[in-house]
Each structure stands twice: as structure tokens, then as C-alpha cells.
Ligand binder design. Structure first.
Ligand code: NAD
Length: 490
């Protein structure tokens, strides 16, 4: 089953296949179908057909039941799914279990919102006249293209599939070619839960082929994309042909600002978590650290100690906190940033290479550079690995200016005991998400997304559902005749 495409409720053998590599060993552990543009066309046809059938007219409560059933099946298979996620992505098993729990939680959250959609009788709009009455209805947008990355494979699928189904849309999901396994499991689960055929289709394959065709396909109403800025730009171009609705969740270079009055030990824990969690392969990773100069040396010393103590290993080895990077290519990318920073003379506090004795698999040490020049690529570009860039500041204004001086605007963290300062800084940061005295907590209920080149739109919460709903105005005639109304209003 896992080497096939899931289209129109059936498992279909593709032609070519792609290897799936375990990042802890560098060895192939499975193969998946390499979907072609023609496969995408068949999947979009199935999604379009399913959308014009009874699915879009199902009640929100019926869809909620299906979403709950999907969540229950995910929970029931958490052991298998979490292990598969580790083998696919490399992350430590407890983190993978967390992801799978969150995946089920996301389906449950959107089940609740789906049920509430039934209550809408058309929201009345206040008009400046009693001659007409206007109401608003929310309707599913149509067949959607859902394209996701490799860092949280199943959770990223849930962030899109759950609200799309809750809204009554149909979809074609294309997982990353690096981590396709749990998306296929999700297809199997959805089918078992009773989702009608064609409502969720999963096509594995390459971004430049399957992803590109999906984002340009004329019958796709909406593209929801999560990935890099480069691919996001390509998707925006492809979607422009038929002016599709689009959501882009892209990269980041998020800052953590530490003021002199912050709780130092709490800061150390959150900063470590903010950059080394999930191997730093997190779009919102707080990969730029700005520390007030009066506490910088103290914090840096503690960060060095903690970074050198992180247990590295296979995600399946108990106690591992940092697994391998996802692929050979990602390892080369991270190493490239680190080697260039070192040869440019940027001060390395700790890490900087593959850990000794761990040359098999794609392991990289937790790495910290200090006093990183603002103009350097290490400060400005997303590394997407366990690499922290640190600078010192001596005033709130300087810290804010440095934090905002970025092409990205996904998230930021701020640490202080001064509540007024926390609020002031939060309101001045040009980002979509601000964490106060913490880093990375994420909730299905709260909006997710960024400003500037971090993307377009928001996922999660009710905003995530709105992405898949089209707003319809219905205006009815109450009393006036057209010309009488026009002349009277003159
Ligand atoms: P990527 O852009 O290489 O790939 C993402 C997906 O897009 C994959 O499924 C890929 O096959 C597909 N794709 C690639 N080129 C395409 C094209 N031309 N047309 C259509 N689809 C195409 O990204 P990645 O390496 O998988 O993920 C890492 C990136 O994702 C990082 O930049 C990270 O910040 C970002 N990300 C953002 C968020 C967020 O919520 N903002 C969350 C997770 C990851």
C-alpha cells in the first residue's frame, strides 16, 4: 500500500518509485511511488468529481463525526505512526509521539468547528437602508491542493487536511518526497473512518513535477503550501495562471530577545528548546539570539554547557534529544553555513561539525556562534538546522531594530520580568507570533503564520477554517423598486 498512490478511494500503482531513507542510518527503508503530472491530473479529477457530489452538502455535524473517527484511529495507531515518523524524519521518538498526539488533536479541534458551521443561518449584515436585507454564508471553496514539507510530516498534513475537510472541501495532498510515509497512512485511516472516495487523495512525488502540476492545475480552487521561500515563490507563480486562492507558510529567522532582568535559568532552557528542538528544523526556530550585554557572558556559558550535554543519537534510542538531520542534502546545507561562517572568522562557541564517531547517518552537533555580524548570511538566512547565531545589545531600541531587521517575520520570543516591556516589545515586533518568556508553544486554537517573506495568510484556529471557506453574500429585496430606490438615495 505504501508504495502506491491513493486516488479516488483506491490504491493505484505508480510507475517510477522513490527511495525513502532512514536519516539515522542513511539506508533506504522503503520506496514510494513517484507521482507524475498525469497522476496529479487523475487525482484532481477525482477531487473535483467528489466536490460536485454529495460531499459538499454534508452537514458540518456529519463531517465532524468523520474527523473525530480519523482522530480516534490516529490515537489508536500512535505507536506505529510515531515510529514511522522517526524513521522518515529522524526526530526523537517522544517528539514524534507528541506530533501524532497533536495531529489527532488538530482533527478533533476542526471537528468541533465543523459542527458549528451547521448553526449558520446566514449572518445578517447591517445595511444603511431597510429596502434590502443582506446575509453572509460560508461555503467550501472547492478542490484544494495541499503541499507540505518534511519537518512535521503528519502534523503539517493535519493542519491543512483537517480544516479543508471540516469546511467541506476535497483535496489532493502532496507530502514531501523526503517524508511521504505518514501521509499515506493518513489516507488509509481516512478511508477506514469512512471518508467518501475522492475527498482526500494522496500523491507522493517530487516538488518540481507533482507539486508544480498540482499548484498550476486549472481545476484546483485553492493552494495551501508550506515550505521554503524559493518553492513558495514558484507555487505563487504556478497558481497565478488561474488566480487561485493561496496560502503560503514559509521560512523564518526568528529572534529571541533576552533582557537583563530575565530569569536566566528559564531563558537557557527556552533558548535551547527554541533552537535544538526537532534538530532546529523548525520554521519558527528562534535561531537568532539577542542578549543584553550585561548578562550575555553568563548566559552564553550556560548555553555552551547545555549544548555540549545534549544526547545525540537515533530517534529510536531512548534518551535521545537530538536526532539526525532529515537528509544528506540537509546535512550538506547546514555544514555549508557553518563552514562558511568559520572561514569568515565568526566566533564559534560550541559544536560546528558532525559529532565524532557518528559519521553514519546525518548527525550534526548543536552549534552556537557568537557576535555574528548583522550582514552575514548566518544572521540573515534560514539555516534550518541546530545552529544558533548570537548578538549582544545594550538598549531596547537596538534589540527591536535588530530583531525586525530581517526579510522574515514568522515569530519572536522576548524574555523579561517587566510586564510593560514585554507588552511594548511584543507590539513592536514585525512578526505573526510573539512568545513571552517562552519559545515555540503552538496550539491548534491560535493563529499561525508570519509577515514579510514568511508567508501569506494564517493557519490554525478559526482562521485556518476560513482559508477553506468562500464568503457568499445573499441580498434580498424588501420593498424598493430599482429606479425608485436609486432616485431616493440620490
Ligand atoms: P520545500 O520548499 O523544499 O518543499 C516543501 C514542499 O513543496 C514539498 O512537498 C516539495 O516537494 C514541494 N515543492 C518543492 N518545489 C515545488 C514547486 N516548484 N512547486 C510545488 N511544490 C514544490 O521545503 P522543505 O525543505 O520541505 O521544508 C523546509 C521549509 O519549510 C523551511 O523553509 C521551513 O521554514 C518551511 N516551513 C514553514 C512552516 C510554516 O508554518 N511557516 C512550517 C514548516 C516548514
Amino acid at each position: 500500500m505504501l508504495d502506491k498512490l491513493f486516488i479516488d478511494g483506491e490504491w493505484i500503482a505508480g510507475g517510477e518509485t522513490l527511495p525513502v531513507i532512514d536519516p539515522a542510518t542513511g539506508l533506504e527503508f522503503s520506496r514510494v511511488a513517484c507521482g507524475t503530472a498525469a497522476d496529479i491530473d487523475v487525482a484532481v479529477e477525482a477531487a473535483t468529481r467528489a466536490f460536485s457530489g454529495p460531499w459538499r452538502k454534508t452537514s458540518g455535524r456529519d463531517r465532524a463525526q468523520l474527523l473525530h473517527a480519523i482522530a480516534d484511529l490516529i490515537d489508536a495507531r500512535i505507536d506505529t505512526l510515531a515510529e514511522l515518523e522517526v524513521r522518515d524524519n529522524g526526530k526523537p521518538l517522544p517528539e514524534a509521539r507528541w506530533d501524532i498526539e497533536d495531529t489527532a488533536g488538530c482533527f478533533r479541534y476542526y471537528a468541533e468547528l465543523a459542527a458549528k458551521l451547521d448553526d449558520q443561518q446566514g449572518e445578517a449584515i447591517d445595511l444603511p437602508t431597510s429596502d434590502f436585507g443582506s446575509r453572509v454564508f460560508y461555503e467550501p471553496v472547492g478542490a484544494c491542493a495541499l503541499i507540505i514539507p518534511w519537518n512535521y510530516p503528519m502534523l503539517m498534513a493535519a493542519w491543512k487536511v483537517a480544516p479543508a475537510l471540516a469546511a467541506g472541501c476535497t483535496c489532493v495532498l502532496k507530502p514531501s518526497e523526503l517524508t511521504p510515509m505518514t501521509a499515506l497512512e493518513l489516507a488509509a485511516i481516512a478511508a477506514e473512518a469512512g471518508l467518501p472516495r475522492g475527498v482526500l487523495n494522496v500523491v507522493t512525488g517530487l516538488g518540481a513535477v507533482a507539486g508544480q502540476r498540482l499548484s498550476e492545475h486549472p481545476d484546483i480552487a485553492k493552494v495551501a503550501f508550506t515550505g521554503s521561500v524559493v518553492s513558495g515563490r514558484a507555487v505563487l507563480h504556478s497558481a497565478a495562471g488561474t488566480l487561485k486562492d493561496i496560502g503560503l507558510e514559509l521560512g523564518g529567522k526568528s529572534a529571541a530577545i533576552v533582557f537583563e532582568d530575565a530569569d536566566i535559568e528559564a531563558v537557557v532552557e527556552w533558548v535551547m528548546f527554541g533552537i535544538f528542538w526537532n534538530q532546529g528544523e523548525v520554521c519558527s526556530a528562534t535561531s537568532r539570539l539577542l542578549i543584553h550585554e550585561s548578562v550575555a557572558d553568563q548566559i552564553l556559558e550556560r548555553l555552551r554547557e547545555e549544548a555540549e550535554r545534549i544526547p545525540l543519537g537515533s530517534g529510536l534510542t531512548p534518551g535521545t534529544l537530538l536526532g539526525p538531520l532529515v537528509s544528506e542534502q540537509q546535512l550538506q546545507r547546514v555544514r555549508g553555513f557553518v563552514d562558511r561562517a568559520r572561514s569568515d572568522g565568526i566566533a564559534l562557541l560550541t559544536g560546528g561539525g558532525q559529532p565524532e564517531g557518528m559519521e553514519v547517518g546525518y548527525f550534526f552537533q548543536p552549534t552556537i556562534f557568537v557576535d555574528v555580524p548583522k550582514s552575514s548570511e548566518l544572521w540573515r538566512e534560514e539555516v534550518f538546522g541546530p545552529v544558533l547565531a548570537v548578538r549582544r545589545f545594550n538598549s531596547e531600541a537596538d534589540a527591536l531594530a535588530d530583531a525586525n531587521d530581517s526579510d522574515y517575520g514568522l515569530a519572536a520570543a522576548v524574555f523579561s520580568k517587566d510586564k510593560d516591556r514585554l507588552e511594548r516589545v511584543a507590539r513592536s515586533l514585525d512578526v505573526g507570533i510573539v512568545w513571552q518568556n517562552c519559545s515555540q508553544p503552538t496550539f491548534a486554537e491560535a493563529p499561525w503564520g508570519g509577515t514579510k517573506q514568511s508567508g501569506i495568510g494564517r493557519e490554525l484556529g478559526p482562521w485556518g477554517l476560513q482559508n477553506y471557506l468562500s464568503v457568499k453574500q445573499v441580498t434580498d429585496y424588501q420593498s424598493a423598486r430599482p429606479w425608485a430606490w436609486y432616485l431616493a438615495s440620490d
